[in-house]
Design a protein. Structure first.
Length: 305
């Protein structure tokens, strides 16, 4: 727990500054022992100047605890404590006034390894008290629900954001600690996701299964086909690189991420991110920019060739 507090405190201090966007959205790296589970921690303290937040399609999921404000997705409110699943399309959230929230961006393989209820879930928002009853590290549903209730209460009562994030980190540690099956499940899930990024004709059988068997098993576990997952994963990597390396041209980005050509990359951007590259690259430049999560994502993912 001390390590988590230290990492959060250092990152919060580094993120603070005169720039309005830096004050509104802070990206924090996870402590080293949780890097297999967490891509990033995020603190949001947005003002009424931000009416919406827009996310691209994602292979990661998010655990979010909102301390102030109201957020809607579509026609319904987002629970104050929510798990936001991976997504297959761009998603918009409406802010009804200022919002204060803390959250964790979970690696794609993490959520189904931690909670049985997260398996095969896409394009949904779960109340965390419902999801956490299926915690794999706590066999009894009532005990799992009580463990989360204690964490949620402590987070809300905590004196500052670095302490709130430390409590969320501690909750994940408790779920994954031996003799929990979570780490073995995470390793198995990661192997499936890595296999999905290689075409059958490149490696022959994947996971010891033929192509059709693999596709059926993958879809049952992840809620989409291996190709659909790989396309979204590529988009996420390409966006992270586009924002982290602004000098790269669209053609260079397309080639580096394996797109057929620049127009192929552009079609995926419009379909899965909801905007053209120029618009997305300008994200986070003003307090009212709804695409601000892209800047957080660029910080949490090192560009990949």
């Amino acid at each position: 727990m001390q390590a988590a507090r230290h990492v959060a405190r250092v990152a919060l201090g580094a993120a603070a500054g005169p720039d309005t966007m830096a004050r509104m959205f802070q990206h924090l790296p996870p402590p080293p022992d949780l890097m297999p589970w967490v891509e990033a921690a995020v603190v949001v303290r947005s003002t009424a100047a931000l009416p919406h937040t827009r996310f691209p399609a994602m292979v990661a999921s998010m655990l979010v605890l909102r301390l102030a404000g109201t957020v809607q997705r579509g026609d319904g409110p987002v629970p104050a404590a929510a798990w936001i699943s991976p997504s297959t399309r761009p998603t918009q959230y409406q802010h009804l006034g200022p919002v204060h929230a803390v959250g964790l961006v979970l690696r794609p393989e993490a959520a189904p390894a931690l909670w049985a209820g997260a398996q095969a879930q896409i394009d949904v928002v779960w109340p965390l008290d419902a999801l956490t009853r299926s915690a794999r590290g706590i066999p009894e549903a009532a005990a799992a629900a009580q463990a989360w209730a204690c964490t949620a209460h402590a987070v809300r009562a905590a004196p500052d954001d670095h302490r709130r994030l430390a409590l969320l980190f501690d909750h994940l540690r408790a779920l994954a600690a031996p003799p929990s099956p979570c780490d073995a499940l995470r390793a198995d899930a990661l192997a499936w996701l890595q296999a999905a990024q290689h075409p059958p004709d490149a490696q022959g059988l994947r996971q010891g299964l033929g192509p059709r068997q693999f596709e059926r098993r993958f879809a049952a576990q992840w809620g989409r086909t291996p190709k659909q997952w790989a396309v979204t994963a590529r988009l996420n990597r390409a966006l992270a690189r586009a924002l982290a390396q602004p000098s790269d041209t669209a053609a260079e980005l397309a080639t580096a991420q394996g797109y057929y050509d620049q127009s192929h990359w552009g079609r995926d951007l419009r379909r899965l991110a909801g905007a053209a590259l120029q618009t997305l690259r300008a994200s986070g430049q003003t307090p009212g920019d709804a695409h601000w999560p892209l800047q957080v994502g660029a910080q949490s993912q090192a560009p990949q060739d």
